[in-house]
Structures are given as C-alpha cells and as structure tokens.
Write a new protein. Structure first.
Ligand code: NDP
Length: 489
C-alpha cells in the first residue's frame, strides 16, 4: 500500500493538485497508517471534466458491454477479498471477520446486482385513445430512460466500500459517469477499488474517485453546475446542507440519512431469537450502522427478563483487536467519535438512566491497541423516551431499553422521533404484526428479523432519515431521466 493515497481521475492515480494531504488514522491503534489527498474544488473540476468527456461514449456503450466490465470488477473484488477486508478493518476499526463476511462480499454483490439488472429492464408503453376535436385520437406513448450525465456520490465511514459501491454500481451500470467522494476518515478501500476499476478495464473517466474533506471536496461536488445528480449517505445535518446546496442548480438528490430505529419486542415473541438478534442489531459494527436498533421497546411483562438476557448478550461479545479473527466488537471509528458516544452516556447518567452494562471506554485488548478507541457495549434503562439520548442518533454501541404496556403506547413511543429509517417488530401474532407494521413511521420494517436485505427492495428513510429510495428499480430510475415520446398513430 502506498504511504500516500491518490485520487483516480481520468484513469490515472494523481495527488491533489495542491499536494495537500490528511493523515488517516487506524482507530484501533491511534496511529497514522496512510495519508490521503486533501482535495479541493480544483480536483473536483478535473474529475468533472474527465467524467463529462467520458459520458458520451460510456452512455452509448451497449448495456451488455457495460455489464461485462462491471462484472469483471466484481470478480476482482472477490479475488482480493482478504486484502480488502484487512484494509477495511484497519481503516475503520471493524472486526476483520465482519468485513470479510459482510462488507466486501456486499460490494461485489452490489456490482453484480446492477450489472445484471440493466440487462433486464423494460420501458413503459401506453396505447392511448384520447378525445379530440374531430373524434378519437390514437397514439402510442413510449417512455425512454436515459442516463443523466455525471453523478456525484458521497458516502460515510461506517460501511465504506459497501455503501460507496451501492451508489457507484447503479450509477455507472445505467450509463452515467461518476465522481465518488468517500469519507476522508476511511479512504483505503475506495483507493483500492480505483485500482481494480482500472484493472477491470473501465474506460478512463467513467469512475473517478476524489478523496478529501466534506466541506471542501464534498461541497465542491455538490455545488458543481455540471453534476446534475447527487446520491448522498451520511448524517442528517450534512444531508440538510447538501439539499440546500443542490437546490440552486436543481440537482436530483437522494439522501440516505441517520436513524434512531425502534425495536419493538412483544410478550408473545420467540424470546431466544428476539434477544439474540437484538444484541446483533444493537452492537454489530460497534453500533455504527444506520439500521441499528438503538431503542428497544419491550412489553412490560417480559421487560426484566429481556433486559437481563440482553445485558448477558452484550457482555458476552468478544471485544478485541479488529485484526484478530475471533473479535466480534472492534474499535469505534475515531477518538472524536468515542468522545461523542461517551457524552451521550454521561448525559443519560445525569438524566437518571441506569447503566446496566458498559458505559465506559473499554480496556485495550492488547499492546498493539493500547491507544485504540474501544468502548464497551452499553445497555441503559430508565430514561424518558423524550430525552436527548432517546431522540438523537448516538451511532455507537449504546442501546436504551424502555417498557410499554399496550400496542398503542409502543407505537406512540416508536414514532415519536424525527427519524423514520427502520424498525423491528418481534411477535408471533400475525394480526399484531400487520397492525403494528402498518402504523410504524419508518421506511423499512423487519418482522422477526434484522438486516435481511434483498437488493431489489426500496431502501431509504422517511421523515428526517432521508429523501427518495435506492435499491432495485428505484436506483435504476434515480440515475436515469424518463423521456416520454408520444407518437400519433
Ligand atoms: P457525515 O454526514 O459527516 O459524512 C458523510 C459524507 O459526507 C462524508 O463523505 C463526508 O466527508 C461528506 N460531507 C460532509 N460534509 C459535507 C458537505 N458539506 N458537502 C458534501 N459532503 C459532505 O456522516 P458520517 O461520515 O459521520 O457517517 C455517519 C452518518 O451516516 C450517520 O448519521 C448514519 O446514520 C448515516 N448513515 C446513513 C445510512 C443510510 O442508508 N440511511 C447508512 C449509513 C450511515 P468527510 O467524512 O470526508 O468529512
């Protein structure tokens, strides 16, 4: 791996034009492990120029050929699975086993899914028979779909390659050219993806990867007049800023934002399954997944037993060096983020919450990780559902449990946040499952499961958790412009 990463622009690996770099820190050790270009608007301009120049030929390339190249890229990701998983673990602090089992295979799956989806699309056609001044007029309406041009793709640090490829795959498969701006906190696998894209034979300029900070490189991309499409995944406040910035140039924007996802456990649930999955849903990737179930609402009759078992499950998670194969709970992404997570736990304490386990920085698992950002899995009870730790996204290994007495009360608590991303319902009563899922104000509801993702389904959030949907046909539609042609017969 080079000491300093580079941007991929027009098929070439190049430093930022200013030559400025930022340190990239391994969260498990606190040490700088590489440097990343601190790109700015000059680099974004160069990437946009390359993407614009590549667009006519790429959008005109037969889908079968685009598909072939993208499938080759998926193969290369699988070939390099171990190398990529190790890089993802070093960069983000996530357990290497998680990166190997989930993050990297999903990146390959994203490319495969959209590379093959474009071979099976169809266009809508409407036979029309409309009243006219002299009698019926017959016409045929055909809706064409064309790629929109240059797409700006901005992704966060929690699932670095997984989420970046979730955007790149549909964008380029549908014939757009792209500029990807990964989080500067986790640039490594994006850099490696750039190398693999060149090896796969993607034409220069089709995929450009520009590293750098959000307020500089990210903002330059969002406000660029020649970038009509922006797909963003990240925090709600950043999403708001992007929506404002894109409004001036009437960009089409998809926003996948934060969540404060309720997990409703009814007394008639299969408790073993509900507890085991709730532990995973709370603490996978150290709780740094937008879909994590961070608020657990439990029917009062089983509340105490559930909490005891949840605490046991939390404490049993193997905290360790992320590069150790047996580790289940790695480092948080940074010291700054750990401080933010801890501040919410302190606030919960001040508000009278009971810390049932965790609630502090964890002892380092070994000498290599002595300065790492490790935080114990934390379970809190006794907090008012309206308080800040229950309302704001903590995005760490912290889960808050609240009892409820009736279905209506559970729904009222579940829906009483500004977020509307995902929810979970645990019940063995089908009628209740229907009743509750219909009334939950979230865009995704999992019944008796969590994180079962079929890539054909619409993915996104409602309320302050996002605008628009990606995945399946929604993504194909997002990255294409419908044009209706009406032919009078
Ligand atoms: P941020 O919103 O801080 O950053 C996300 C990306 O946006 C990064 O690449 C960041 O760059 C960039 N960025 C920051 N400011 C701007 C700006 N003004 N203009 C353009 N780009 C900008 O989120 P985090 O990286 O902290 O990620 C965590 C958040 O992501 C959580 O809220 C989580 O819920 C959400 N998320 C949502 C998902 C969903 O599908 N709904 C999935 C996963 C995460 P840089 O990092 O370099 O500053």
């Amino acid at each position: 791996m080079p000491d300093t990463l580079t941007n991929l622009i027009d098929g070439e690996q190049v430093p930022a034009q200013s030559a400025a770099t930022l340190d990239s820190i391994e969260p498990a050790t606190g040490l700088v492990h590489t440097r990343v270009p601190d790109s700015d608007d000059a680099d974004i301009d160069a990437a946009v120029a390359a993407a614009r120049a590549a667009f006519p030929a790429w959008s005109d390339t037969p889908p079968a050929e685009r598909s072939r190249l993208i499938l080759r890229l998926a193969d290369l990701i699988e070939r390099d699975l171990d190398r990529l998983a190790r890089a993802e673990s070093i960069d983000s602090g996530k357990p290497i086993s998680l990166a190997r089992a989930v993050d990297i295979p999903r990146a390959a799956a994203n490319f495969r899914f959209f590379a093959t989806a474009i071979l099976h699309t169809d266009s809508a056609a409407h036979q029309s028979n409309l009243p006219g001044p002299g009698g019926a007029i017959r016409a045929l309406n055909v809706t064409l779909r064309k790629p929109r041009g240059v797409a700006g793709l901005i992704s966060p640090w929690n699932l670095p390659l997984y989420l970046l490829t979730w955007k790149i795959a549909p964008a380029i498969a549908t014939g757009n050219t792209a500029i990807a701006k990964p989080s500067e906190v986790t640039p490594l696998t994006a850099f490696m993806l750039g190398e693999l894209a060149v090896e796969a034979g993607l034409p220069p300029g089709v995929l450009n990867i520009v590293h750098g900070r959000g307020p500089t490189a990210g903002a330059a991309l969002v406000s660029h007049p020649d970038v009509p499409t922006i797909s963003f995944t990240g925090g709600t406040e950043t999403g708001r800023a992007i929506a404002h910035a894109g409004a001036d140039t009437f960009k089409r924007i998809s926003l996948e934002l934060g969540g404060k996802n309720p997990n409703l456990v009814f007394a008639d649930a299969e408790l073993d399954d509900a507890v085991a999955t709730s532990v995973r849903a709370a603490f996978t990737n150290q709780g740094q997944i937008c879909l994590c179930g961070s608020r657990i609402l439990v029917e009062r009759s089983i509340h105490d037993e559930f909490v005891d078992r949840l605490v046991a499950g939390a404490m049993a998670r193997r905290l360790g060096d992320p590069l150790d194969e047996s580790t289940e709970h790695g480092a948080l992404v940074s010291e700054d983020h750990l401080a933010k997570v801890d501040s919410y736990v302190q606030l919960a304490r001040e508000l009278g919450g009971e810390i049932r386990c965790g609630g502090k920085r964890a002892a380092p698992p070994n000498n290599r990780c002595k300065d790492g950002a490790f935080y114990e899995p934390t379970v809190i009870t006794g907090l008012d559902p309206a308080c800040r730790p229950q309302q704001e996204e903590i995005f760490g290994p912290v889960v808050i449990v609240t009892p409820f007495d009736t279905d209506d009360e559970a729904l009222a608590i579940a829906n009483a946040t500004p977020y509307g991303l995902a929810s979970m319902v645990w019940t063995s009563n089908l009628k209740r499952a229907h009743h509750v899922t219909e009334r939950l104000d979230t865009a995704i509801v999992w019944v008796n499961c969590w994180m079962l993702r079929d890539l054909r389904t619409p993915f996104g959030g409602m309320k302050h958790s996002g605008l628009g949907r990606e995945g399946g046909k929604d993504a194909l539609n997002f990255f294409t412009e419908p044009k209706n042609v009406c032919i009078r017969l």
